[in-house]
Design a protein around this ligand. Structure first.
Ligand code: GTP
Ligand code: SPV
Ligand code: MN
Length: 611
């Protein structure tokens, strides 16, 4: 039974049903009975079935499920991701492009009859709190129960989502997904921003198939935001409660697997806790931001859960993330401890289970397995480096009381960052919004396992949005500048951080995690105008002694702090040369429409450095 009378939804579902030819169509109302029966169905599949999910220990991990995807289907596939708009120039140099007509013609035969013998699930969902003027509606059609169960955690899923759409509106994002075939050469993640449409085929993993996330909330939404005057960003949102009781909200854009979830759920060091500081999580991956009636920039988290990196998550590094996974969570591609039917991953603790099943499904002695050095020169891994948990936001002990606020939260500061072994200091502040936009455009980071391809290679990832901007990157930068003009004096201050600076031996020299609070502290004081800074060529850098190291003096000596905050002229000369090459060869020469103001910022940076 359909859950809406909206003729636009009904017509499209009918068309897609005619195309994919499922045996059965099931509308997902979001009820417990319906979800429970889907869980029974998917966990009753025979072992070895690629769709199979497993129930975990009901006492230790109540309501939790386990799934492994195919070894060739474990991360986002950027080389098979497309933006299909009528004019190639509108997709710009950071996207794969194909003419929409051509792409529809190519994919239609692949979808023709693809759901024969299967059930199509119609998933209505809201990105953002239901009833919020910032929220948007999507409908995903899929033949995967794994997708339904994940969407239930990651979005506000079910019949209430149609409330925001009403009976006549056509403003919903149409997502079509089929897990179909296992051949990665036939895998396509395709966006038609001008049609509000996403077609994903031949993958069953994360960001490729949970279409509300990267596909809608970033790629399609960034395009909508440009047209409608708001921003969709790859940013966490956190609140810092200060001793005076005021909560300051900060957003931060770091590339995939560079620390957003960790920062969003940070637990302040003892000294800060004693002084009354507290951190609240509003979001860990995506922010939608719009100017409010009072002129300030407001942010909502369009998601309802966390699709977080499992490896490295433990009670010490991220207690709140671990606690979020204690119930009603789906684990993907981690290892199983067969002694008690629980999960394990590298970095959870120092005791890999002896009686283990590694992420590909092989039964192994985990202790022996992880002591063998693999082809990459590192110990073999029981969990895939991009294995993930899908956890409900409501499980998070530090979830913000404003999480469901339809208005969002007012943003005081925006932070950019990435993994940089050298060059970029621990923290610096841009001179103003335009300079901050330049700083965002200049983000580069060492690649991680979140996307297929080599790991550890430095690549440009402007605003941590390289894989997610749904249109021309130059126009995206122009949109940032435009937003800055609209916000005027209300614009958040823009900062850059780097938790990943290394010494000569490749060790991180900043402790990171909870101690990142010390940097947030400086950022907040800068926003409040309570602390001075050194004006350098690249921006404002903390004065000596202004980053509080109480409690970590042994680890972060004055010499280390000097290294952390150094602005090395030779390295920055190289950085500027690389930015010139990037702007020209990677962007302008390839049709990226770089705003003149950003070129000007680069000139000014060079002039300041050479002064
Ligand atoms: P996506 O979900 O892919 O967008 O990733 P994310 O940005 O949320 O990254 P996440 O917080 O999951 O962290 C990824 C990896 O970085 C984990 O292995 C963390 O342990 C590590 N990490 C996070 N914060 C820090 C930090 O402050 N210092 C160091 N050295 N590592 C960190
Ligand atoms: C990322 O890669 O930035 C993620 C994970 O957050 S995924 O949803 O797979 O894109
Ligand atoms: Mn992400």
């Amino acid at each position: 039974m359909s859950l809406t009378n909206n003729p636009n939804v009904l017509k499209w579902v009918e068309e897609m049903t005619a195309l994919t030819k499922p045996d059965k169509v099931v509308w997902i109302d979001g009820s417990k009975e319906q979800l429970d029966s889907l869980i029974e169905e998917v966990t009753s599949l025979p072992d070895g079935d690629k769709d199979k999910m497993y129930k975990l220990n009901p006492d230790k991990l109540p309501g939790c499920l386990y799934h492994r995807t195919l070894p060739n289907d474990v991360a986002r596939v950027e080389d098979r991701t497309f933006i299909c708009c009528r004019n190639k120039e509108d997709a710009g140099p950071t996207n794969n492009w194909c003419d929409p007509k051509e792409m529809y013609a190519k994919l239609t035969p692949m979808y023709d009859g693809v759901m024969k013998g299967r059930t199509m699930y119609v998933i209505p969902y809201s990105m953002g709190p239901i009833g919020s003027s910032l929220a948007k509606v999507g409908v995903e059609l899929t033949d995967s129960i794994y997708v339904v169960l994940n969407m239930n955690i990651m979005t506000r899923m079910g019949k209430d989502a149609f409330k925001n759409l009403g009976d006549t509106s056509n403003d919903f994002v149409r997502g079509l997904h089929s897990k179909a075939d296992v051949d990665p050469e036939k895998r396509y993640i395709v966006h038609f921003p001008e049609d509000n449409t996403i077609w994903s085929i031949n993958s069953a993993y994360g960001g490729n198939v949970l279409l509300g996330k990267k596909c809608f909330a970033l790629r399609i939404a960034s395009y909508q935001g440009k047209n409608e005057g708001w921003m969709a960003e790859h940013m966490l949102i956190l609140g810092v409660k200060k001793p005076d009781g005021e909560v300051k909200y900060i957003t931060a854009a770091f590339p995939s697997a560079c620390g957003k979830t960790n920062l969003a759920m940070l637990i302040p060091p003892e000294g800060y806790k004693k002084d009354g500081y507290e951190v609240f999580t509003v979001g860990d991956d995506i922010a939608w931001m719009k100017q409010g009636e009072d002129g300030k920039l407001y942010a909502i988290n369009p998601e309802n859960g966390f699709f977080g990196v499992a490896p490295g998550t433990n009670a010490k590094s991220n207690y709140n993330a671990l606690a979020s996974t204690s119930k009603n969570t789906i684990f993907t591609n981690v290892a199983i401890n067969n002694d008690d039917n629980t999960v394990w991953w590298e970095g959870l603790d120092k005791n890999p289970p002896v009686n283990a099943t590694e992420w590909k499904g092989e039964k192994v002695n985990g202790k022996e397995y992880t002591s063998v050095i693999g082809a990459d020169g590192k110990p073999q891994k029981l969990a895939h480096p991009n294995s993930r948990f899908t956890a409900p936001a409501e499980n998070c002990p530090c979830i913000s009381p404003e999480f469901n606020n339809p208005k969002g939260v007012p943003v005081s500061a925006i932070i950019f960052g990435g993994r940089r072994a050298s060059t970029t200091p621990l923290v610096y502040q841009s001179f103003d919004w335009t300079h901050g936009t330049y700083v965002g455009s200049a983000v580069s980071s060492e690649t991680t396992a979140a996307a297929t391809g080599a790991v550890g290679v430095l690549r440009h990832d402007p605003m941590a949005m390289k894989p997610f901007i749904g249109y021309n990157v130059g126009d995206y930068w122009a949109h940032w500048l435009e937003m800055g003009k609209k916000l005027g004096d209300n614009a958040p201050k823009i900062f850059n951080v780097n938790w990943f600076k290394q010494d000569e031996n490749g060790n991180f020299i900043w402790p990171g995690f909870g101690d990142n609070m010390r940097v947030l502290d400086w950022i907040i004081k800068r926003c409040e105008g309570k602390i001075d800074a050194d004006e350098t060529a690249i921006g404002y850098v903390p004065k000596k002694g202004d980053i509080n190291v109480k409690g970590i003096e042994d680890e972060v000596t004055p010499e280390i702090m000097e290294k952390l905050l150094a602005v090395d002229k030779d390295l920055w000369t190289k950085e500027i040369a690389e930015m010139r090459r990037y702007y020209k060869e990677d962007i302008a020469d390839k049709g990226g429409r770089i705003p003149a103001e950003l070129e000007e910022e680069l000139n000014k940076l060079e002039a300041r450095l050479n002064k």
